[in-house]
Design a binder for this molecule. Structure first.
Ligand code: AVJ
Length: 333
């Protein structure tokens, strides 16, 4: 690589109060039932384990969404404004957004992930394949607040894209991690993010649909145990954050479909009675006691369309697959 090859720009937004973040995590661990937010699934190893999950036969969402985006790429390109800034929420490997570059021809690409470290390699490699497209990697935990920091606004102005329409891309049904009230709050912030750009902006979002437990449960409890490893790895991440002494092998992976709440739940279940300690405290877990680590909501398309409207978007359109398992919505400003 020559030294004057274009490079992506990187920014890491840090939560001001790390102490408060730790206190929040510890409070969740001490609740009954205990809970840890799903963002703790995504350290460097967790992000790689998730990428492996997307290749499993049982895990249909990623490949179904990919096929919808491929099959309806021309329609999607007609809906999305030309010359927009593509803002990718939870970019990870950046592979999904990269497949949109051809159809929608963005003028700039902003990849947002909780950790900028995971973005460095993927975005660096992507930049070499798209030399003329300005790219920003932004480390930001948008689960608490979705807003671009001033430095990101300044970067867009430098890239000549301050007035461009904004296409916010939130694929993978990651919106499913949020209970409906939180999902609405996040969609409202996504709407504000689009509204701060030029006319023609909107949200392109992937949503997993309600379907039978016979399809849903294996997707979250695969035969190879990759999802189990992904779930248990959260404990190693918590150990680093809090100095706890969780032993991952002492916890079983549990994935269950909660029909009343329209969601898959992941839990970690203590294999036997054990005490987990941290500097200044400890908690006893009974055999069989659970830590709730993730919700993955499954939506009826009509209900999700209504949610988009409540968040302030105009009339949405959506595309689906032959089995009606997954939907990709375009919600204009
Ligand atoms: C990244 C939140 C969409 O809910 O399907 C995959 C995470 N958890 N297997 C999902 C996940 C277990 C995934 N999302």
């Amino acid at each position: 690589m020559s030294s004057d090859a274009p490079q992506p720009h990187f920014l890491q937004s840090h939560r001001e109060d790390l102490h408060a973040a730790r206190a929040e995590l510890l409070a969740g661990l001490q609740q009954s039932p205990a809970r840890v937010e799903p963002k703790f699934l995504y350290d460097a190893l967790g992000s790689r384990l998730f990428d492996a999950i997307t290749e499993l036969a049982e895990y249909y969402p990623t490949r179904t969404e990919t096929s919808i985006l491929a099959q309806h790429g021309a329609d999607i390109a007609r809906a999305v404004a030309p010359d927009s800034v593509l803002i990718d929420l939870g970019a990870g490997s950046c592979a999904k957004a990269a497949r949109l570059f051809g159809p929608i021809q963005p003028v700039a690409y902003v990849a947002i992930d909780i950790s900028v470290d995971y973005l460095r390699d993927s975005l660096g490699a992507l930049q070499q394949r798209h030399l003329g497209l300005p790219m920003l990697g932004l480390g930001l935990d948008f689960s608490t607040q979705l807003a671009l920091p001033d430095a990101a606004q300044a970067w867009m102005a430098m890239a000549g894209a301050a007035q461009a329409p904004r296409t916010v891309f939130y694929p993978g049904s990651s919106i499913g991690n949020f209970v409906p009230a939180e999902a609405l709050a996040l969609l409202r912030q996504a709407h504000a993010l689009c509204a701060a750009g030029g006319t023609g902006g909107g949200l392109l979002i992937g949503v997993d649909r309600m379907k039978s437990a016979a399809v849903l449960e294996p997707a979250y409890d695969d035969a190879l145990g990759v999802t189990a490893a992904f779930n248990r790895n959260l404990l190693l991440n918590v150990n680093r954050a809090l100095n706890t002494n969780f032993a991952p092998a002492a916890w079983d992976h549990v994935a269950l479909f909660n029909a009343a709440e329209s969601r898959i739940e992941m839990h970690l279940q203590a294999c036997f009675e054990q005490t987990v300690g941290w500097p200044g405290g400890e908690r006893l877990f009974a055999a069989g006691e659970r830590i709730h680590t993730e919700n993955s909501y499954k939506w009826m398309p009509e209900a999700f369309e209504a949610l988009l409207g409540e968040a302030g978007f105009g009339p949405a359109q959506h595309w689906t697959d032959a089995q009606d398992w997954f939907s990709v919505f375009w919600a204009p400003l």
